[in-house]
Every structure is written in structure tokens, then in C-alpha cells.
Ligand binder design. Structure first.
Ligand code: FES
Length: 583
């Protein structure tokens, strides 16, 4: 069967799809005949590239609900360029609805994307994503097939509006709910903000995980320049989608496969861009997993090494003040990329889906609002990259986002207040008798990949009401879970190995001293080795248990957060080669 698409010759020879539609035999009859049932004119079989439009549209993924319309724009462009667009669905992951957490299913969606691409007569693909996990899942699946690939994200919602101010997706939820728990807002007032926060199609409009991953796709060269910030309802997103439809047909003819675009240089660019935009810590996990698919060497420490000394340029919530709509009007991600390139912080020669270099793509970018996108010489914060912590509490690493943390807590030693799992946390956090003060360190176990399972965004634990009542809004928190990209605080995440995988986090007890020193990249448990050895003999932190199904597969095969939490047998790639003929 066919391998990757090659520049097509006469009648489509060399294209994967030719193996289905170009055959002068019984199989060719079958493949063409069933396509004719869809009412296509016969000249679609003339050897033109077949472009799959991989759509994560779903009414259960609110952030992606407009992607059918985006797909129509992509199709226009594909037809114009002489291709044949065929849209298909995969499972979709609605961040706010799926239980126990969408992260459990990211790898399942990646499998769906991978197998759908490989099994079908597709020469090139446009990935349509939006909500948090849909973007990395599509990238991971497509990487393992390695067709010419281009990604269009759905774009952010318009700015949230409430009581005369802008409010940001997610960030407003965390802020307003803490106001309510602290007694400064009624429940009715809190609910009033719901509709104002989410008032158009699109994904979260803070620099949360969806906006971050859209920016990562653009920085990696996989999404067209300018894609990330265009609001979902702005007509220019649909024009961009049409142009993308034209471009993917050319990419097939050029055999510009994903592995030729997304390289080690692209990952280094993405890590630096993530620092400059104040991007989500979730990008760490997703890009490590993506690199694993592509066979690009990338380690957790690369995030710190490449990004830690970069300034925060983008003044967006949760690290700053504005929202994605403002970011777009200020010039969007091309301005940030150009700023990094002009200051020697970017591989300007990295290739993108445009066929040009990323430096060429952004050459014409202009900053229209320096309050939103700060110049390199006058950043919002001097050092913004994700810090990777190591130490006796995190032998394989933990991460913290300094730009979203409280400076005075970046070096802190405190008494641990331990919650054994999320149920324990919910049962006790509001208890007025909880033995806690603002100098304590809140510790949550059992929210890693194997423990929960699926590594939920539980790391930014809400503070105890009696602390909030004092007007205190941040404490040091440590867990093996993740944090929503819209959240903030002095929160140590992804602690590895996780408690359920034998990590020292599982041995922490209330009253232990925990020492955080972000400057020296340390996260330590001040308990003697002898004591820890004794605890290890008598303590076994449980993994999640499944009798059957995907949950069982996941728990048995998921890798640690420091390796991107992919399934061990999904790491790497198999190309587009189909194992056996079907007929
Ligand atoms: Fe979909 Fe935030 S819930 S991007």
C-alpha cells in the first residue's frame, strides 16, 4: 500500500489517494462508486489531492461548536486550488464537561486522529481544533502519520464583559469564586457573571491552555502566521481558513510533511514563545508528548534552559490585564515572534506551513498597542519562562509558572497540610477547624496521570476560607496534578514521580516541612532519608483501578508527566503506510 504522499504525477500517480480512487480494477470501482453516492462530480477522481478536514466539532465541546463553518471556508480554498476536500469527525474533548478530566482522553483522541488519517484515502490534512486538549491531541495523532498537515484553531471568544469591565474565561471564575468564598460577593452576583463571561463562539479568551496551544501551533510552524489570536467570530478567521485550504493543496504537491516543518528548532521557538506570552504550564506536557511522537529529542529541563530568562511581553490574563481580542487588535502572535527574532531569541530560519521561514512570515508584523504587547526592552516581567524544580520532593521534576506566582512566596519554607486525594481535599478545605495558616504549604496527592486518573487541573487548590477572609489570595501549593492555564498562584505542578507511581509526594505527612526555592530550582521535603525509607515500607499510595476499557489501558500504559503523559506504545510514529490491503 502507499506511503507518504509525493508530488502527484499524471492522474494522481504518487498520491496516497490514487491507491483508492485511481485503480482500474474492482477495488477502484468500490472506492469510486461509494463516493459517487455522495453526489460528487466524476472529475474528483482525476488525480487531484484529497484533503482531509479533521474536525473536532461537537455540541459537547462548546469552544469548537463553530468549526463546521470554519470547515466550509477551508473547503472553498481546497476546491479553488484544485484539491478535493473531505471532512470527517473524530471524538472531541469538551474541557468543562468531560469527567473525570479531558486529559484522560487526550491520548484516545490522538489515537482516533492517527488511525483515521492512516486508514483513509487522504493526501494532506487540515486539523480543526480549539478547546484545550483538542489542539495537542490532533497534533500528536497527525505527527505519528506524518502527512502534509496544517492546523487551524477556532479562535478565542470575544472579551467577557460584566459590570462595565472585561472579565476573562476561567480567570474570572477563579477570582469571583474566591471573592464569594471570602464573603465579598453573593451567590446571585457570582452567577450573574456567567453569561457575560462567555458571550460568543470560541475558546477561552484568556492566555489559558487553548490560546497557549493555538500559539504553540503557530510558533511550531504548523498553523498559519496570525492564526492564534483572531477571534472566532471575526470574518478574518474564515478568510484565513480559506487561504489554508488553498495552501494545504500546495503542501501536498510540495510533499511538505509535518516532520519537515516541526523540528527541534521549532520546539525551541515554541518554548521561547510560551515564555513571552505567559503561556500555560499545560504546554509543557503537550509539547513533550508531541516531540515524542516526532522523535525530536526534548526534555523537561529544556523548558527551563531555553525559556527561563525570557521576558513576559504579552499583557494578558492570567499573568496580566488584557484578553485575546485585545491581543489580536495589537498585532497578535506575529508581533511577539518578530520581537523575539529581532532580539536573537528565535530560530528565524525555521520552516513553517507557508513554505517560508518563520522570520519571513512575521517580517511585516507591527505592534499597534504596546500596552498589550510590550516591547522586549520594556517587558511586563523580566523573567517569565516556566521554571523546572527538582529536589527530594520532585526527583524527576515539577514545574511552576513564576509569572503567575507571588514574588514573596518564590522562596518559602512551610508546614505541610496534606490532602490524600481530591475527595479528602473537598471534605476538609472549608472546615473552620482545619489546622492551617497562610505560611503553610497545601499538598494534594493522587491527581497525577495514574492516580486520578488522567491528571486533572486540580493543582490550583482553592484556599481555605479562613485564609481568604484575611484578604490573603495566595499560598504555596504542591501537587502531582495540572493547573488550568487560566489560573494563577504559587503553584508547584506535575510533581514527578507522582504519588501513585511511588513518588516521594506520596510519603508527605501533615506537619512535614516543605522548602520551595524557585531561584535555585529546588523543591524539597525536609524529612530524613531514614524516615522516608521507613514510610516507604509502610505506605503504598494506590493507582486508579479499572476492570476494563480505555481506563484500564490508560492506567497500565501512561507515562509520567515529565515525559508528556503519552501512552508508552504511542510514542513515536508509524508513517502513513497502511499495514494490509483491505480487499
Ligand atoms: Fe474550551 Fe477553555 S473550556 S478552551
Amino acid at each position: 500500500m502507499s506511503g507518504n504522499g509525493k508530488k502527484n504525477g499524471k492522474g494522481g500517480a504518487g498520491l496516497r489517494s490514487h491507491e483508492w480512487f485511481g485503480k482500474a480494477d474492482r477495488d477502484g470501482f468500490i472506492h469510486r462508486s461509494w463516493m459517487r453516492s455522495e453526489g460528487f462530480a466524476p472529475d474528483v477522481f482525476d488525480g487531484r489531492p484529497v484533503i482531509g478536514i479533521c474536525n473536532s466539532w461537537s455540541e459537547l465541546t462548546s469552544c469548537n461548536v463553530h468549526l463546521r463553518r470554519v470547515a466550509e471556508s477551508v473547503k472553498r480554498g481546497v476546491w479553488e486550488a484544485g484539491g478535493w476536500p473531505l471532512e470527517f469527525p473524530t471524538i472531541s474533548l469538551g474541557e468543562t464537561y468531560m469527567r473525570p478530566t479531558t486529559m484522560l482522553f487526550r491520548n484516545l483522541m490522538a489515537m482516533d486522529v492517527e488511525e483515521s488519517l492512516r486508514a483513509n484515502p487522504i493526501d494532506g490534512v487540515v486539523l480543526l481544533s480549539g478547546c484545550d486538549k483538542t489542539t495537542p491531541a490532533q497534533m500528536m495523532g497527525a505527527a505519528s502519520v506524518d502527512l502534509p498537515t496544517l492546523q487551524i484553531t477556532g479562535g478565542p471568544m470575544l472579551n467577557g464583559k460584566w459590570r462595565g469591565t472585561d472579565i476573562g474565561s476561567g480567570t474570572a471564575v477563579w477570582q469571583l469564586s474566591e471573592e464569594m468564598r471570602g464573603g465579598r460577593l453573593t451567590l446571585e452576583e457570582f452567577f450573574e457573571a456567567e453569561a457575560g463571561q462567555s458571550r460568543s463562539n470560541g475558546h477561552c479568551m484568556t492566555m489559558g491552555t487553548a490560546s497557549t496551544m493555538a500559539s504553540m501551533s503557530e510558533a511550531l510552524g504548523l498553523a498559519p502566521s496570525g492564526n492564534a489570536a483572531i477571534p472566532a467570530v471575526d470574518s478574518r478567521r474564515y478568510a484565513l481558513a480559506q487561504l489554508a485550504g488553498r495552501r494545504i493543496v500546495e503542501m501536498v504537491r510540495e510533499d511538505l510533511r509535518m516532520s519537515k516543518v516541526v523540528t527541534r528548532e521549532s520546539f525551541e521557538n515554541a518554548i521561547r514563545v510560551n515564555a513571552a506570552i505567559g503561556g500555560s504550564t499545560n504546554a509543557v506536557i503537550h509539547l513533550l508528548a508531541l516531540a515524542g511522537r516526532l522523535g525530536v529529542p526534548l526534555e523537561l529541563d529544556d523548558w527551563d534552559r531555553l525559556g527561563h530568562d525570557l521576558p513576559l511581553l504579552v499583557n494578558l490574563m492570567p499573568s496580566g490585564q488584557y484578553l485575546m481580542e485585545d491581543f489580536y487588535y495589537a498585532g497578535g502572535l506575529p508581533v511577539v515572534i518578530k520581537e523575539l527574532a529581532e532580539n536573537g531569541c528565535l530560530h528565524s530560519g525555521a520552516r513553517t506551513v507557508s513554505g517560508k521561514t518563520i522570520g519571513e512570515d512575521v517580517a511585516g508584523a507591527k505592534n499597534w498597542n504596546e500596552k498589550v504587547i510590550r516591547p522586549f526592552a520594556n517587558p511586563l516581567k523580566e523573567r517569565a519562562g516556566i521554571a523546572v524544580l527538582k529536589g527530594s520532593l520532585a526527583p524527576l521534576g515539577a514545574v511552576i509558572k513564576p509569572s503567575a506566582a507571588t514574588p514573596s512566596l518564590m522562596k518559602h519554607s512551610g508546614r505541610a497540610v496534606v490532602f490524600e486525594n481530591i475527595e479528602d481535599f473537598h471534605a476538609r478545605i472549608d472546615d473552620p477547624n482545619l489546622d492551617v495558616d497562610e505560611n503553610c504549604v497545601l499538598v494534594l496527592k493522587g491527581v497525577g496521570p495514574k492516580g486520578y486518573p488522567g491528571m486533572p487541573e486540580a493543582g490550583n487548590m482553592p484556599l481555605p476560607p479562613k485564609i481568604l477572609a484575611k484578604g490573603i489570595t495566595d499560598m504555596v501549593r504542591v501537587s502531582d496534578g495540572r493547573m488550568s492555564g487560566t489560573a494563577y498562584g504559587t503553584v508547584c505542578l506535575h510533581t514527578s514521580p507522582e504519588a501513585a507511581d511511588g513518588g516521594p509526594l506520596g510519603l508527605v505527612r501533615s506537619g512535614d516541612r516543605i522548602e520551595l526555592d524557585v531561584g535555585n530550582r529546588r523543591l524539597d521535603l525536609a524529612v530524613s532519608q531514614t524516615e522516608l525509607d521507613e514510610r516507604r515500607r509502610t505506605t503504598h499510595y494506590p493507582t486508579a483501578q479499572f476492570e476494563r476499557g480505555y481506563g484500564k489501558l490508560y492506567v497500565e500504559h501512561v507515562l509520567g508527566a515529565e515525559r508528556g503523559a503519552d501512552l508508552d506504545f504511542l510514542v513515536g510514529h508509524s508513517g502513513a503506510l497502511v499495514a494490509r490491503e483491505s480487499h
